[in-house]
Design a binder for this molecule. Structure first.
Ligand code: F0G
Length: 429
């Protein structure tokens, strides 16, 4: 597009508008902000054609599976763009995991194939770009692990310093390893993710550090590209459902916002339904949605899916709005359901970290309940790489998660044998 699309920040609660030349994460009223744009003069057909022409770009900004859709991400000057050619992740046939879920047409979008191993890189490329645009030198986030791994990497490649707030002893080792390795200043705080999230907001305000949690509207814009890319991989044919895990609730908010924009532009002719899946021990949105109750944060969230061990998600209002737009649903799944679904995602040869497998566990549950029909087309989002949390994998397959109430139902136990051919024969016969 020769001309940039007019855009601004707008409160999702009270509608107040702000010019984005000034750094702002929330409205004066406390509501979260959208990056809105005036799409009335935009030709959706031309946009789609341009995105298709950029598919397969080998170098430069458009080689990224986020910046390919730049017009609907953050249409800033290219000099600010911080990219690791994120996105461009595969869309798999779910194989055995599809049979397990009871679906005939189940695809898995593997966001764990991003540069730092999670979908966070899509939001982070946009958030880090905004940081550069605002001239920030230091960035910060609270994290259950993946956001911090991603932020530390994007800060490192763009020469910014990063400060990370993580709940002490509660994040998966692969993620902590990445944060340390990429050089993020890592502060393990006494408390859970929700405490860390509250603290980082105060710290950023007082110390003038740029905040890169998904409360930052630019993070959400980047994450919309998951949906854009799935649709482009499907030649813009719209699936019936997207199934996605929910923690801090930024990712599903991004997905629905993106779908809404594509629909408004006529790029897609219907809006797929969305199913947001929470872990039962950390499920404030599911409780609210199922009981028609007011929002109440969960005090002591708990789950083996540590990525989504969150009791007070910052984007719950945006999330709910998106679920309403898409005639969506919210479900929660038990620890056993998460780990059994994971065993099937892994056994299908695809593999993902526990939180990701809420997509498959949730799809199965919704199929069993008759909400999703067996012949509907479903895209499950796998949010993180299998190697992020090896402890959970080994614990399950050695059937050592009994203390968490989890059985190794589909365990593939390692065997110790003598170093003799006869012993091998006996073991593999
Ligand atoms: N799956 C994984 C692997 C995650 O890391 C997260 C969130 C989610 C799902 C949930 O996405 O928060 O947008 O609803 N991880 C954050 C973090 C909170 O700090 O890495 P959400």
């Amino acid at each position: 597009m020769a001309e940039m699309i007019k855009s601004w920040l707008e409160c999702i609660r009270c509608g107040e508008k702000y010019d984005f030349s000034e750094i702002r994460y929330t409205c004066e009223c406390g509501g979260t902000l959208d990056l809105k744009r005036d799409l009335s003069q935009v030709d959706g057909r031309k946009l789609k054609q341009m995105w298709d022409e950029r598919w397969g770009a080998k170098r430069g900004v458009y080689a990224s599976g986020v910046w390919r859709y730049k017009e609907l991400i953050f249409d800033c000057d290219e000099q600010f763009v911080v990219t690791r050619q994120e996105g461009n992740t595969r869309l798999y046939d779910a194989g055995k995991a599809g049979e397990y879920a009871g679906l005939k047409n189940f695809m898995l979008k593997h966001e764990g194939e991003n540069p730092t191993g999670s979908f966070k890189d899509r939001g982070m490329t946009c958030g880090a770009t905004a940081a550069k645009y605002y001239g920030a030198e230091m960035v910060a986030c609270a994290s259950t692990g993946n956001t911090s791994a991603s932020m530390a990497s994007y800060a490192a490649v763009s020469g910014m310093k990063s400060v990370i707030f993580i709940p002490e002893g509660k994040i998966a080792y692969g993620k902590l390893a990445q944060a340390l390795a990429f050089g993020g200043k890592t502060l393990q705080i006494e408390g859970n993710f929700d405490d860390a999230m509250a603290l980082v907001q105060d710290v950023c305000r007082e110390l003038n550090i740029y905040l890169l949690n998904s409360i930052n509207p630019f993070r959400i814009e980047g994450q919309k590209a998951i949906g854009f890319e799935v649709l482009q991989q499907l030649d813009w044919q719209v699936p019936d459902w997207f199934v996605i895990p929910g923690g801090n609730l930024g990712n599903n908010s991004a997905l629905t916002k993106g779908l809404q924009e594509l629909f408004e532009l006529g790029i897609i002719n219907k809006i797929p339904r969305i199913a947001v899946i929470q872990a039962a021990g950390s499920a404030p949105l599911s409780k609210m949605w199922k009981e028609g109750a007011d929002y109440v944060a969960v005090k002591d969230p708990d789950t083996i899916a540590t990525a989504i061990k969150i009791g007070n998600p910052v984007s719950w209002e945006k999330s709910l709005r998106g679920i309403e737009w898409t005639n969506g649903v919210v479900e929660d799944v038990t620890e056993q359901e998460i780990m059994d679904a994971k065993a099937w995602v892994d056994a299908a040869g695809i593999g993902a970290e526990p939180a990701s497998c809420c997509s498959v566990a949730g799809a199965k549950k919704l199929v069993d309940a008759g909400v999703i029909k067996a012949d509907e087309s479903v895209v499950g989002i796998l949010t993180g790489n299998i190697l992020k949390d090896p402890d959970a994998v080994i614990g399950y397959h050695k059937d050592e998660l009994g203390h968490m109430g989890i059985k190794g139902t589909f365990a593939n136990k390692p065997q110790v044998i003598k170093a003799e051919v006869e012993a091998v024969k006996a073991a593999i016969s």
